[in-house]
Design a protein around this ligand. Sequence first.
Ligand code: PGA
Length: 251
Amino acid sequence: MKIVAANWKMNLSAAEAQSWLDQVKSSSADWQAVLAAGVKPAVYPPSVYLSPCAAGLPEGFLLGSQNCHHEAKGAYTGEISAGMVASIGGASTLIGHSERRQYQGEDDAICHKKLLQAFAAGLYPILCVGEKLEDRQSGKAEAIVCAQVKNALEGLSSDQVKAEKMAIAYEPVWAIGTGQEAKPEDAQAMSKAILSQLSNMGFAATPVLYGGSVNGKNAGGFAQFPEVGGALVGGASLKPEEFLVIAKAFV
Ligand code: PGA
């Protein structure tokens, strides 16, 4: 099962979000064909839109939050818990997106705790990892990304780290929102490195998505490699028709 995920980030008004849902509904036959071909569409709206999305998405879509807190509940003003996401019909959450690592200072240890919360709430987490430009230029990309995977997953069980329970998104920081996507061959090589890191830790394979300036034109380049298990799409996912083109590329 491949996953093509829309990360809206902090975009779209309530009216625009509704119109996104309406457009997806009007192409529901196309989406059902995508699903039937083994590609799972997923949507990560701002959390204030989780409920309307739960009500308005066609059947088969995975709905999730862009983040969840690393504790189950408590005095954490402005935060949402994994259990809250599950309670309003969400089934997934992103964890450790590079924008949260950058602006909220989230590190691998926090990601590990968030993964535990996600599993406890029955959510399907997508752990985001990726190197900075200077790491790639200095030839350290694979080492950095594999260390992120190791640090976040160490201590989890083989019942948790497997394709049915979670996915990993490889998102090079320099490719996010820049229009500078990675070379498909580099995404493939990093997927392989992540998969062998999982295997070294005694874990089964999970889908490894690529993210970073994916659009309707370049999606096919990533989709040609079986190791690339889908895409995590930011900017281009705000246009439902382009999101559909990307999903179809992975069929
Ligand atoms: P982008 O964002 O597609 O706009 O580069 C991807 C992401 O951050 O998930």
